[in-house]
Design a protein around this ligand. Structure first.
Ligand SMILES: Nc1ncnc2c1ncn2[C@@H]1O[C@H](COP(=O)(O)OP(=O)(O)OP(=O)(O)O)[C@@H](O)[C@H]1O
Ligand SMILES: [Mg+2]
Length: 318
């Protein structure tokens, strides 16, 4: 607990990824179940306001209370946390009855963020919807651990890159705005041809070259900027290696080192389990998938990543 004997700080993890159907909700529910099984108190927030279904993956029917009560009836977030059948896991359902998630007012968003940060628990896991809308990105940026779930296929990787790029751009904008340099990044991007800028990495380098003051701001603020990658539904050692390619692309075009937290293999029992509304980690605790989820959760907790080398993985069968 927040104010518990060890005075452990609550950690917020957000799970996003750009493309729909990559396994964000499956990963969120599975990580949450694992953390709770280790004695942590966990609150899961379904922030996929247009297509909330986290409750299904946890094996419960749609909760009566949801974020609709928060946005429309002024209920507090604590009041709409429901128990979802497992001890130590609370759920905030994202179902919105009438509100369009993209039209949530700025003040409402800030209120939601304030109340998320005030929840008394060990871990808060936020399951985000697909897409790169500003509300989605701001919720992602709220987290202590920003986690992206992607698939080893080109469309998912493209959407993920687009998502990460937008997250990074927005983070830079927020950093500079906070120091009274609101329009700086837009101006540089608008005049990118003049400055010979092709990628976001060049923007950062250009900005840092403008003055020692700006360089210090960016260096300090970005020192803790980390995005963790989870590759889901992998079917071969070659696909596992795609996580390393994602790292290289982020480094080359965005200039930061994404962390490869782990991979999860494709397993048909995941779908069977979801269709039966059974929480996978409880029904298949000794499966490969469960072991991989445990491993990557521990990596995320410790801020560790995996190293994948061609000699170990290129011809490896899963
Ligand atoms: N490791 C896996 N092996 C096999 N199938 C999987 C695996 N992970 C996820 N799936 C399948 O992918 C489907 C989509 O998963 P999930 O609902 O978690 O995705 P999502 O990213 O949350 O989607 P959305 O963007 O629509 O919210 C699941 O119903 C399940 O059938
Ligand atoms: Mg989902």
């Amino acid at each position: 607990m927040n104010n518990g004997a060890h005075d452990k700080k609550c950690e917020i993890w957000a799970i996003g990824g750009g493309k729909g159907g990559t396994g964000k909700s499956f990963v969120t529910s599975s990580i949450g179940t694992h953390l709770a099984s280790k004695g942590n108190k966990v609150v899961l927030i379904d922030a996929d306001l247009g297509g909330a279904n986290l409750h299904t993956l946890l094996g419960v029917s749609k909760p009566r209370n949801s974020l609709t009560d928060f946005f429309e009836k002024k209920a507090s977030l604590n009041d709409i946390i429901v128990n979802c059948g497992m001890p130590d896991i609370g759920l905030v359902s994202g179902t919105l009855s009438s509100l369009d998630s993209e039209n949530i007012k700025y003040a409402q968003k800030l209120k939601l963020f304030r109340q998320i940060k005030a929840i008394d628990t060990d871990y808060i896991l936020i399951d985000l919807g697909a897409g790169s809308h500003n509300n989605t990105i701001d919720t992602f940026l709220l987290a202590d651990k920003m986690i992206v779930v992607t698939l080893p296929e080109i469309t998912a990787l493209e959407n993920m890159y687009h998502f990460i790029k937008n997250v990074f751009f927005r983070k830079l904008k927020i950093i500079l705005s906070a120091h009274g340099l609101k329009d700086m990044i837009q101006d540089v991007w608008k005049n990118r041809d003049v400055h010979g800028i092709k990628h976001l990495k060049d923007v950062v380098e250009h900005l840092m070259g403008t003055s020692a003051h700006v360089r210090d701001i960016i260096e300090n603020e970005l020192a803790s900027f980390k995005i963790y990658i989870i590759l889901n539904q992998v079917r071969s050692g070659r696909e596992v290696m795609i996580g390393s390619s994602v790292k290289s692309v982020c480094l080359k075009f965005l200039g930061f080192d994404a962390q490869y937290a782990g991979h999860i293999e494709y397993d048909e029992s995941v779908l069977r389990c979801i269709n039966k509304r059974l929480p996978f980690m409880l029904t298949h605790p000794f499966s490969h998938v469960a072991k991989e989820i445990i491993k990557l959760t521990e990596n995320l907790k410790d801020g560790r990543q995996i190293t994948v080398t061609a000699d170990k993985y290129a011809n490896r069968r899963l």
